[in-house]
Ligand binder design. Structure first.
Ligand code: IMP
Length: 432
């Protein structure tokens, strides 16, 4: 079976270790595409002991001779983009890697970030409001403008007249919101306009038609990897709304945000952490507020890459994972951070939810119902051995193999890649 065109999706609440898996798979890929989200993501890649963090650029940027695409579904913060491009060493041109940014991607303006933070503070302060715990990167407010059809797109940055008109309209509207709703000073058009023209000058060589690039790569039999950010349970439609991000993180998002028709995809890879984490607010049935949660956080270094916030931690949730398998059509699982589970007295996996004495293995499609469920666990023996040097499935201790076998049996999805440590080399491939 050929796996030339693949979508790689977070199957939990983000932070599953997608950057690391993309980095490993990008070795074989010709094209790597980011298709949704923005600088709210934080993909950590460790190469030769050196840590690289990408918020916006595809993780494939570290390999020579790749085409890396930022698709139209992304909301792009130009300052972050410029700093990541300037931070690449050696420069992409030197290693033959090309970077193409879709002219249709929307620009995160400084006012989007201000509005994101202010609206989050307002929600938190109101007795009837509920904070989401956003990253403050202007994601929601930028997508609001996109869907309200007043957003500034990357293509506008190199069209001074169009930019001027659009920006004037936005500055007027956002100044009113800032002044009248939040009691904050309004915006300075001239300053923003000059900044935006500067971003356009920097970005001009990278702006292109990503749909043509991706289509021609697919026609020529190139290997294409779509790199998801955040995760299924943070998807704006299928996540635990309203405690979600504002983009389509699921596999379907690749088609609209990355521009390739559904029939062209060969396989969807679900990245699953061996336990669960969540940052920000919202229901999380297996969250452990005690020593287990604390231990997972410390052993797994579970602190947000973008905001530094400690992540909420708990056992693996099979009910939620089955939901992610169904919504995304997972063909294979990449299981990350299995090494973090070494040394526990016992492991637990949530197999059902209980509500008012009734059990169910169906993930509810309402965050408010999910908030009321209690997890039902099955226990498993753990293993004591350090597994970070294992390079084949058979080298893993029997208890680790059984844990993986249970995930496969419960989801019906094979586990084809297993992460046993943070480095590129700490990976087991198994009929992948
Ligand atoms: P926003 O995407 O900044 O609007 O944040 C919305 C929710 O998604 C918050 O709960 C964030 O903590 C969460 N979130 C956004 N990006 C990520 C990510 O890359 N990993 C994990 N959680 C994220």
């Amino acid at each position: 079976m050929k796996n030339d065109v693949q979508a790689l999706i977070g199957a939990q609440w983000g932070d599953e270790g997608k950057g690391r898996v993309v980095d490993v798979l990008a070795r074989e890929a010709d094209v790597v595409v980011r298709y949704q989200g923005g600088a709210n993501a934080g993909h950590t890649v460790i190469v030769g002991g050196k840590k690289h963090v990408f918020h916006l650029l595809p993780s494939g940027m570290l390999y020579p001779n790749r085409l890396c695409v930022v698709g139209n579904g992304v909301v792009l913060d130009p300052e972050q983009f410029i700093s990541e491009v300037n931070g690449l060493d050696p420069a992409p041109e030197k290693i033959g890697t090309r970077l193409v940014v879709s002219g249709g991607a929307h620009v995160v303006m400084p006012y989007h970030k201000r509005l994101d933070v202010l609206s989050e503070q307002a929600r938190a302060a109101k007795p009837h409001g509920s904070a989401i715990g956003t990253t403050g990167r202007g994601i929601g407010s930028c997508y609001v403008d996109k869907y309200n059809r007043i957003g500034i797109r990357v293509e506008d940055l190199v069209r001074p007249e169009i930019l001027e008109n659009k920006l004037r309209m936005n500055v007027e509207e956002k100044s009113l919101i800032l002044e009248k709703i939040y009691g904050e000073p309004g915006l300075n058009f001239g300053e923003l306009y000059e900044k935006a023209l500067g971003w356009g000058r920097f970005m001009a060589p990278y702006i292109g038609d990503s749909s043509i690039e991706i289509d021609s790569a697919a026609k020529n039999g190139k290997k294409i990897l779509f790199e998801g950010a955040q995760g299924t349970l943070l998807d704006v439609d299928h996540g635990t709304y309203p405690f979600v991000t504002s983009s389509s993180c699921v596999s379907g998002g690749c088609c609209t945000g990355g521009t390739l028709s559904p029939g062209r995809f060969d396989r969807v890879i679900g990245v699953v952490k061996a336990y669960c984490t969540r940052v920000g607010e919202g229901p999380f049935p297996t969250e452990d507020h005690g020593v287990i949660g604390e231990r997972l956080r410390e052993k797994g270094d579970e602190y947000g890459v973008t905001t530094g916030r400690p992540r909420r931690c708990g056992w693996l949730d099979i009910v939620a994972l089955n939901y992610a398998a169904r919504i995304n059509g997972l063909g294979v699982i990449a299981l990350t951070k299995l090494d973090v589970l070494s040394g526990f007295d016992e492991l637990k996996v949530c197999t059902e939810y209980e509500t008012d004495g009734r059990r169910s293995d169906v993930f509810p499609n309402s965050a408010y119902v999910l908030e009321g469920v209690a997890p039902v666990y099955e226990s498993f023996p753990s293993w004591r051995e350090d597994i970070s040097k294992c390079r084949t499935f058979d080298e893993l201790p029997a208890a680790a193999r059984d844990y993986i076998g249970f995930i496969e049996k419960s989801t019906g999805v094979p586990v084809g890649l297993i992460g046993v440590g943070p480095g590129r080399e700490d990976t087991i491939f198994r009929n992948f």
